[in-house]
Design a protein around this ligand. Structure first.
Ligand SMILES: [Zn+2]
Ligand SMILES: [Zn+2]
Length: 268
């Protein structure tokens, strides 16, 4: 399994772009501004998008993807998987003909360029050699992460999540069900001194990552994403204080993560 990091920042600036991970060229998890790094030919290879939640930093470029590949998607419609609440939020507030057209009715209601697939937590989805299982996360809006498995590897890609005891218990409880996990991609948006803001906004701090790390020893490696750019240095320093250096990596745009279970060594 290969995961290409198109965007992994919690904001823009400093050449950063927001969350978008491309799995094996044709499957996206989230469609933030990182999607803007792909060429037209690469965009045309995308077959399905799995959304974690409706926040703008995770969906902002989905409307542009549909528009820019409209002719292509008429023959190969884009499949969009999301919680029913997320679908309703995007239909009400983005694809409402005021902000952007409703591509699930274009060019023809019976043959649109975009198909919605409402998902539920714990419902296993199988496609093209991958098994993708959504799991619930506690954020300020309905949110999931996805465990992505193929014959070689098993990786958890999390949406945004709070870091209090309840949120960590929810995350830990689900992931403990997997005997081995090659990696987790997890957010760490804010530094420790802004823990109150992190609690209010449903985000993680380095100290929360430390607690999660202690609760999930079977995860081989932690990949950290979604740093708010203005706090990036503080978050980096605090993570280095809390975690053994060999157990985590701060994701960078352009990283290509390749997972082979047999080697147990994710290569970035
Ligand atoms: Zn969010
Ligand atoms: Zn976010």
């Amino acid at each position: 399994m290969q995961i290409q990091v198109l965007g992994c920042q919690g904001g823009i600036g400093e050449a950063g772009a927001t969350t978008a991970f491309l799995i094996n060229q044709d499957t996206l998890i989230d469609a933030g501004s990182g999607l803007g790094h792909l060429s037209s030919a690469q965009l045309a290879e995308i077959r399905q998008v799995f959304l974690t939640h409706a926040h703008l930093d995770h969906i902002a470029f989905l409307p542009f993807l549909l528009d820019s590949q409209f002719e292509h998607f008429q023959y190969h419609p884009l499949q969009v998987f999301a919680l029913a609440e997320v679908q309703h939020q995007l239909q009400a507030h983005i694809f409402n003909w005021h902000i952007w057209p409703d591509f699930s009715r274009l060019p023809d209601e019976n043959a649109p360029v975009m198909h919605w697939h409402p998902i539920k937590a714990q419902q296993k989805l199988r496609l093209d050699g991958l098994q993708i299982t959504p799991f619930a996360l506690q954020h300020v809006v309905p949110c999931v992460g996805y465990v992505v498995q193929d014959a070689q590897a098993c990786v958890a890609v999390c949406g945004d999540t709070g870091g209090d005891d309840t949120a960590l218990a929810l995350l830990t409880q689900h992931l403990q069900g997997y005997q081995t996990l090659d990696a987790i991609i997890i957010e760490c948006a804010l530094p420790d001194h802004l823990q109150a803001l992190a609690r209010q906004s449903g985000h993680m701090t380095p100290l929360d990552i430390k607690h999660l790390h202690q609760g999930l020893p079977q995860i081989a490696h932690f990949y950290i994403s979604h740093l708010k750019p203005r706090y990036a240095q503080a978050i980096r320093d605090q993570l280095a204080m809390h975690l053994p250096v060999e157990t985590f990596t701060l994701l960078q745009e352009g990283d290509l993560l390749t997972f082979h279970t047999s080697e147990r060594q994710p290569v970035s």
